[in-house]
Design a protein. Structure first.
Lengths: 499, 101
């Protein structure tokens, strides 16, 4: 299965221990002191700020749609480190006058209601509020041609730095980089409440179309306001109930959590990310995907689950893959977070990796079929099961394939096992992120990188110290490389992945 | 939505009922794959979804389409071997519908 979600995504589904303040009001008040204006991300010296007025077809207020609710629960759990959820795109453009790009931005925000949606506090909860019109501040920075790309990337990092003020600030921060008076880059930073990675890519596509031909096509027929109404209707409630019934059945029988006991005192900050880039893993996943006619995502899920079983001494692996929920044509052009958690449960009793892969394929289908639900309803159901079992049930173990959609590939005729094994020498591991708070213990992210497949593990160092995190990633690589080269009997896994 | 024209007079997956269902499910595969796999391809070969390159995405959309078209629930619990190909899937749909009556 291909269920990639681009952009940063921590498990965004069920959070039994979510704080009482689900309005984010306390955080908003605190932030308002530090951030005086809605677009108060400071511009660099020498930059200008343009005020872009936009006006759409309608405004309105509605409950959060399910994907928005999932993200909001995750944000509430992560405050004050919720800037973690911001993400952006650097968009190279053919030379255009700034006025043209600003007009295209105005049209983009008019077209997609999510880009002019903020939260409104209502009766101790939050709603989505679409503004019909408004003004977006867009910073414009001039750069030498040779520096423009770097300046744009730095602008994106800077704009993505502070958490959004969800109640007061537009959920899109935008900037332009010009060379000799012409725009060469647009920078878009999204609040995760406005888009997931695939939704952001839709926005980028539409911005380009608006610039190229003055139109991004017919108006978007369904927006998040409509989605919320559908989800509250009979069909939406049936869909949610079926998904929640599946989660309930599984949560009654699975291990309450994956990593049960701390291995030692946490580091400071507590959560670290180990990021591996591996050309060997890239080849191995492609070979296995082609050989067994499953997606690379399924190969990685199976391998990741086997390694979690080993690292956490579990015979059943429970993971929450983030699923994009864009299965149907009608959902593909929506700029809104549609992604929700799946529940992937895999019995690790298979004898060989090939058998495990077959079981993982079936388990992933079960997971993906039940990813459309009301997150608040699911949270209540899970809390009730926790009360029944006398223990909190949450795997705290998530998986997010952030690559673009892929198809199964035919096995390479010329797979050279020796070359694949030798490529392991070129694997690199870095430690790019250290933060204090995260709503998970184990988050595996898969990305495409220029030098190979990227697999990063963001983990709670109390449960997985840095050496164990690195051991996990190298073990995953070895498992899949050897499965591609000669096949793996799973009883050999400890010896195979040791040291 | 149940189609009253389809009876259980023949063994599951055979006879006019099976042929009609095979054609309809093959059509749903074509729709679910955005036309990348045609109904003719599904009907021409041995119907193995793996050999045809049916992705998980297509499979999920196919399951949704079958549930909508035939008014049945496709339960993926246990080993979903019935998703291996056209004929096992058709037999499964017939069995589920028979169970629902």
């Amino acid at each position: 299965m291909t269920a990639p979600v681009l952009g940063p995504a921590v498990s965004a589904g069920t959070f039994p221990g979510a704080p009482a303040d689900t309005t984010g009001e306390a955080s908003r008040r605190a932030r308002s002191v530090a951030v005086a204006s809605p677009q108060a991300v400071s511009a660099p010296a020498g930059g200008a700020v343009a005020a872009v007025e936009f006006a759409g077809e309608r405004g309105g207020v509605a409950p959060l749609a399910w994907g928005q609710r999932s993200i909001w629960l995750a944000i509430c759990r992560t405050m004050p480190d919720d800037h973690y959820f911001n993400f952006g795109r650097v968009v190279p453009l053919p030379a255009h006058p700034a006025q043209d790009v600003l007009a295209a931005l105005a049209a983009l925000v008019a077209r997609h209601e999510s880009l002019r949606t903020r939260l409104r506090a209502v009766d101790g909860d939050v709603c989505q509020e679409v503004a019909r019109s408004g003004t977006l501040a867009v910073e414009i920075v001039a750069a030498a041609r040779a520096d423009a790309g770097r300046v744009a990337r730095e602008m994106m990092d800077r704009l993505a730095g502070p958490a959004f003020d969800y109640h007061a600030e537009w959920p899109l921060r935008a900037g332009l980089v010009t060379c000799e008076g012409q725009v060469r880059y647009a920078v878009l930073v999204f609040c995760h409440l406005a888009a997931d990675g695939l939704g952001a890519d839709v926005a980028v596509r539409d911005l380009r179309a608006l610039l190229r031909r003055g139109s991004a096509g017919d108006p978007v027929p369904r927006q998040p306001l409509d989605l919320a109404a559908e989800q509250a209707g009979p069909a939406g409630r049936r869909l949610s109930a079926a998904a929640i019934a599946y989660w309930e059945r599984e949560y009654r029988r699975v291990p309450p959590t994956m990593f049960q006991a701390p291995a030692g005192p946490p580091r400071e900050p507590r959560f670290w990310r180990a990021a591996m880039v591996s050309p060997a893993l890239d080849t191995a996943v492609e070979v296995l995907s082609g050989r067994y006619r499953v997606s690379g995502t399924t190969v990685l899920l199976a391998g990741a689950a086997a390694m979690v079983g080993q690292a956490a001494a579990q015979r059943t692996c429970v993971m929450l893959p983030v699923v994009n929920n864009r299965f149907h044509v009608r959902d593909r052009d929506l700029v809104t977070p549609l992604a929700q958690d799946g529940l992937f449960v895999l019995d690790l009793g298979a004898e060989t990796f090939e058998e495990l892969l077959r079981a993982a394929w079936a388990a992933s289908l079960r997971a993906y079929k039940h990813t459309r639900f009301d997150p608040l309803e699911l949270r209540r159901a899970i809390e009730a099961i926790g009360a029944e079992r006398g223990v909190e049930v949450h795997p705290y173990c998530c998986f997010n394939d952030q690559r673009l959609v892929e198809r199964p590939r035919i096995a390479k005729v010329e797979h050279d096992p020796a070359a694949t094994r030798a490529a392991v020498e070129r694997t690199r591991i870095t430690w790019p992120v250290r933060i204090d708070r995260l709503n998970c213990r184990f988050c595996l992210h898969v990305t495409d990188e220029p030098d190979g497949l990227g697999v990063s593990l963001t983990a709670d160092t109390a449960f997985l110290p840095p050496a164990a995190m690195e051991g996990y990633l190298r073990g995953l690589e070895r498992l899949l490389v050897e499965a591609a080269c000669r096949g793996v009997v799973l009883a050999d896994l400890p010896a195979l992945t040791a040291g | 939505m149940i189609d009253p024209e389809i009876s259980l007079a023949d063994p599951p997956g055979t006879g006019p009922e099976g042929e009609e269902l095979r054609r309809r499910v093959a059509g749903l595969v074509e729709t679910s794959s955005d036309g990348e796999i045609t109904a003719a391809e599904v009907l021409a070969g041995d119907g193995s979804f793996t050999a045809l390159g049916v992705t998980s995405l297509t499979m999920l959309r196919l399951i949704d389409a079958i549930e909508e078209e035939f008014g049945v629930e496709i339960d993926l619990g246990g080993d979903p071997a019935f998703l291996d190909g056209l004929d096992p899937l058709v037999r499964h749909i017939i069995a589920v519908r028979a169970g629902a009556r």
